[in-house]
Design a protein around this ligand. Structure first.
Ligand code: APR
Length: 234
């Protein structure tokens, strides 16, 4: 029955960025006072940074993990779960937080990794979930190597991008939420959607972007997402 249902349910792909978690208290990257105002990417989010000063990198992600453990999903995350009643919903997120999962979304693809996961610095397949916020120098994977954040750093490959592109290509509806669309290849997913795919972009800056064929909704996520979900569930 489930297979039959998923074959007749319309496919809805949701591309989210930091803005969908902003109202959960998680800082975005490129707005005034954002993360990249406080830290330089080169010092905390690249393989070179990890080589040069692993403690600084660990501190950066430990701070973000601590913040995440104190955060809750918001009304936008929850509204997206409701869409699963009527659509085959896939969330493709640039975010490394687990708020979509904690809200109840069942199919979440993380393009840039996951904050609560760590992996051997020598074998990217040896991934485990932290059960607290702290990762320390000396914490080892099962292969005896130092554990590193399971995050896609600048300059590293985005292993899930092809899976994401396949999902977008087959989408009947695409909703883009809370992303400045400034980081590729994630931002390029927008152009993988078919001509017949209905596209929406929810972000306070939506109307400043030139995105032909996309309905622009210049609202915060907790306002714009529940409203659009209500329309789509009618
Ligand atoms: N509701 C919706 N959108 C919001 C809200 C809100 N309450 N507050 C801010 N935004 C929007 C901003 O207008 C902006 O367009 O969220 C977007 C945040 O943009 P960025 O900070 O650039 O974050 P993002 O697009 O997710 O960055 C992409 O860059 O640094 C890397 O790996 C990191 O995944 C990240 C990627």
């Amino acid at each position: 029955m489930v297979n039959f249902l998923s074959s007749v349910m319309k496919k809805l792909i949701i591309l989210t960025g930091a803005g969908v978690s902003a109202e959960s208290g998680i800082i975005t990257f490129r707005e005034m006072g954002g993360l990249w105002d406080k830290y330089s990417i080169e010092e905390v989010a690249s393989p070179q940074a990890w080589k040069k000063n692993p403690q600084l990198v660990l501190d950066f992600y430990n701070t973000r993990r601590k913040q995440l453990l104190d955060s809750q999903p918001n009304a936008a995350h929850r509204a997206l779960v409701d869409l699963e009643r009527k659509y085959e919903v896939h969330i493709v997120t640039q975010n490394v937080d687990d708020l979509h999962e904690r809200a109840g979304s069942t199919k979440v693809l993380h393009l840039h990794g996951e904050l609560m996961k760590v992996r051997s610095e020598k074998n990217e397949k040896l991934i485990s979930t932290l059960n607290g916020w702290e990762l320390k120098l000396g914490d080892k994977a099962e292969d005896g190597e130092q554990l590193r954040p399971h995050i896609v750093w600048f300059g590293e490959a985005v292993p899930m991008i092809n899976n994401a592109a396949k999902l977008v290509k087959s989408a009947d509806i695409m909703i883009i939420i809370g992303t400045s669309l400034s980081v590729y290849p994630a931002a390029g997913l927008l152009f993988e959607a078919s001509k017949s795919c209905l596209k929406y972009y929810i972000d306070p800056i939506a109307e400043t972007q030139f995105l032909p064929g996309i309905e622009l909704i210049s609202k915060k996520a907790t306002e714009g997402v529940p409203h659009l979900v209500e329309q789509l569930l009618k």
